[in-house]
Design a protein around this ligand. Structure first.
Ligand code: CAO
Length: 542
């Protein structure tokens, strides 16, 4: 058995030729003429065939790198017969470096002075005596620059997943392991060209140096000094199985971080369910495909795209920015908030009588006193009385935020779309002030003069369709608020007072709430309180 170094053959004098494909990996058995690597120059694509049959024990190139004639491609462990077999040797002008345990002298010549070329062989540190431990991930490739502490490989036993960190900074020259290999303490991981100024700590060499060398039968491992088995290395081994609910190596975690993928959601297809890069890539692809197929990317089947012109004449017009924003807001609230809507009617006959009495005074003040200022005032009282409605679920999902201010949003339909200006400190304002502010904000909304600050900070919203019509609707909660009051058109209705039917002005109301934040009983109490105030506005002064 001998170790043969396979080099880049004569490639017509081209230099800096791209390595576009590595056709073999450590551990692969190759036959004569099997392609080892595919190179691409400006002019040609070249497959470099193997001149010998054998087992790949290290690969010195990586995809994306560049090479020239004479650069080392890999090392082959060649059985004696095969080595003796005359082979076409287009691979190297110079004699292939042959080395074996039986004849290490030649190899020693080139490797005996590590201090000069400053290369180090990095081996598997103390892994608690475990043997036959799976290499589940190679975290580096030939040509990579690593810093001390960077993960080189990830090992996995029945009990733990361990990252093996680099004891030194430097450049990876050759890798002696492949994913799927099994290793034990002392086995060679890779060759590192130490970074300038990095000194090898002169500690006790790994005890199993000789056996590791024999196992790999590599000229390099047979003669190069083994790295110090420092305590640091041993302690730096990280048990990943305890820190995550998934198995994934650092390279995969890095990729996931870059793509914003939550690895908890990715199914691993590697050994023992380990997540590999391809799993992350497939996850992203399917997420993108799902986003394309669904309006909100929430796994909801898409509304089919229909060519309506097949059925008759159509006009296609662009959506306004405001409309697009409304789409986003509505969908977000509708999909996030489990809605419940309760319906009731308030007898506002007395309120309407009072409002009618105030009409002249309102005119003299230049204020239009519609039912809305009363509704605002009464909602403010109800919110103060029922703090669960003047609250929001905290974004952390662990807390409720109770607000000690009462700002109420008021839905306003405008030609450009729906907007919700906010009236601040409703509880502290008079009906006249509220009436004036409703008119002012309503006008600003219709003239598109609202500033972002005018539409922020609401605790609750009123959506009134009272001047338009309808006997009831289910308003959508303006999340993160937890409730919204829908106001429909007041109508005179016969109401039984115990002895006769009386014509009463009944106002249909609907209260939608976020059932995560508010339960039905809370909503019932809030709604009843609200209705009682609307039915008897004298209570406003209590
Ligand atoms: N039932 C019957 N009549 C009602 C009513 C109700 N629930 N609410 C208001 N009205 C009456 C008012 O009293 C007024 O009548 P008068 O002119 O005879 O006094 C008339 O309807 C028009 O009121 P208004 O709309 O001018 O005033 P408002 O205070 O009720 O509302 C504002 C102000 C800015 C909210 C309103 O102009 C507006 O834009 N409404 C549209 C609301 C909307 O688009 N909602 C859609 C929400 S979609 O989620």
């Amino acid at each position: 058995m001998s170790i043969e170094t396979i080099k880049v053959p004569d490639i017509g004098g081209a230099e800096g030729v791209d390595v576009i494909e590595l056709c073999v990996a450590v551990g692969d058995q190759v036959n004569v003429e099997d392609s080892l690597v595919v190179l691409e120059s400006d002019k040609a694509l070249m497959e470099v065939p193997s001149p010998l049959a054998g087992k790949v024990i290290s690969v010195s190139l990586s995809e994306g790198g560049t090479v020239s004639e004479g650069d080392v491609i890999l090392e082959l462990e060649v059985v004696a017969e095969s080595a003796d077999t005359p082979t076409p040797t287009p691979v190297a002008d110079e004699p292939v470096l042959a080395a074996s345990n039986e004849a290490p002298a030649a190899a020693q010549t080139s490797l005996e002075a590590p201090a000069e070329n400053n290369n180090e062989t990095i081996t598997v540190p103390d892994i608690g005596g475990a043997e036959g431990v799976d290499v589940i991930e190679l975290c580096v490739a030939v040509g990579d620059t690593v810093s001390e502490g960077d993960s080189l490989i990830v090992l996995e036993t029945d009990k733990a997943s361990m990252e093996i960190p680099s004891p030194y900074s430097g450049e990876v020259l050759a890798i002696s392991l492949a994913e799927g290999d099994q290793v034990a303490e002392g086995d060679t991981i890779l060759q590192l060209a130490l970074a300038a100024g990095v000194a090898v700590v002169a500690e006790k060499p790994v005890a199993s140096e000789a056996s590791a060398a024999v196992k790999k039968t590599s000229a390099v491992t047979a003669t190069a000094p083994t790295p110090p088995r420092s305590t640091k290395v041993t302690q730096a081994v990280v048990d990943k199985s305890k820190s995550a609910s998934f198995y994934a190596g650092p390279a995969v975690r890095k990729l996931a971080r870059e793509l914003g993928v939550d690895l908890d959601k990715v199914a691993g297809s590697g050994p023992r369910g380990r997540i590999i890069k391809e799993d992350v890539q497939s996850f992203v692809k399917s997420a993108l495909a799902s986003d394309e197929k669904t309006a909100g990317g929430s796994g909801i089947p898409a509304v089919p795209a229909i060519d309506f012109s097949k059925f008759g004449e159509v006009a296609i017009e662009p959506l306004s920015k405001m409309h697009k924003l409304t789409i986003v807001n509505m969908q977000r609230s509708w999909l996030n908030v489990p809605h419940v809507t309760q319906f009731d009617e308030a007898d506002i006959s007395d309120l309407e009588a009072f409002r009618s009495e105030l009409k002249k005074e309102a005119e003299s003040r230049g204020v239009k006193l519609t039912p809305l200022p009363f509704l605002l005032k009464i909602c403010a009282m109800a919110l103060r009385e029922h703090p669960k409605f003047n609250a929001s679920l905290h974004a952390d999902g662990e807390h409720m935020v109770f607000k000690n201010y009462i700002h109420i949003g008021m839905a306003v339909d405008t030609p450009a779309g729906l907007v919700v200006p906010v009236i601040r400190d409703v509880d502290k304002k008079s009906l006249w002030e509220l009436g004036a502010e409703i008119a002012e904000l309503g006008n600003k909304a219709k003239k598109r003069k609202l500033m972002p600050a005018d539409m922020q900070g609401a605790c609750f919203t009123i959506s009134s369709l009272g001047n338009i019509g309808g006997s009831g609707f289910t308003p959508i909660v303006n999340a993160p608020e937890v409730a919204i009051l829908g106001v429909s058109k007041m109508a005179v209705q016969p109401v039984w007072d115990g002895s006769e039917f009386l014509p009463r002005k009944m106002l249909p109301l609907s209260l939608s709430y976020d059932h995560r934040a508010v339960n039905g009983a809370d909503a019932g109490r809030f709604f009843t309180f609200l209705i009682s105030l609307l039915s008897d506005v004298r209570r406003l002064i209590l």
